[in-house]
Each structure stands twice: as C-alpha cells, then as structure tokens.
Design a protein around this ligand. Structure first.
Ligand SMILES: [Zn+2]
Length: 96
C-alpha cells in the first residue's frame, strides 16, 4: 500500500488479486443508526470503504460514486473478529 507518513491521502485498497474472494454487498439507505467508523480507506477514489461497528457487530460499508450519484452498500454484519479478517483481505486486494 503506497502510504507514507505526511501523505495527504489515507489508505488505498490494493488492486484485486486474481484469487480474490468476493464479498456479498447489500444496498442500504442512510439511517439514523449510531455507527462507529473504526477504519477507512482514502476517499479520493471513486470507491472507498469503511470498517463500521454497530452494537456488537461489525461490517464493511462500500461507497461508490458514479456520475454524481452515491451508492452505499454494506457487507453482512458479523462478529468483529470475522469482519476484521475480511477488512485486512480487502485492503490487500484479496477480497472485493
Ligand atoms: Zn487517496
């Protein structure tokens, strides 16, 4: 990941490897639920990701900007440890 201290950019997701696992994404609409964002990737990209915590569960939110529209999707909510593994895979290009 080309990230250096002092860089104005956040983290960028690595290009997907050919063997990457596929994450199931569900379309969501913004709601008033209290969500804590624990980590995120750089939003200079048309697609960026956030690692979210809501209650005792964790999931990944994917935001896609396309022609002035914003699409927000979420992965399945599951135990923190499972989502953390998925998050690491995503950053390394091993899951999409
Ligand atoms: Zn960036």
């Amino acid at each position: 990941m080309p990230w250096e201290e002092g860089d104005l950019h956040g983290r960028h997701v690595a290009a997907a490897s050919s063997a990457s696992a596929s994450i199931e994404w569900d379309l969501v609409w913004p709601c008033s639920e209290r969500v804590r964002v624990r980590d995120y990737t750089c939003d200079c990209q048309p697609v960026f990701y956030e690692l979210c915590q809501a209650g005792g569960q964790r999931y990944i939110r994917r935001t896609t900007r396309k022609g002035g529209r914003v699409v927000v999707e979420e992965s399945v909510r599951t135990a923190a440890s499972k989502t953390d593994i998925l998050w690491t895979m995503l950053l390394h290009g091993d899951a999409r």
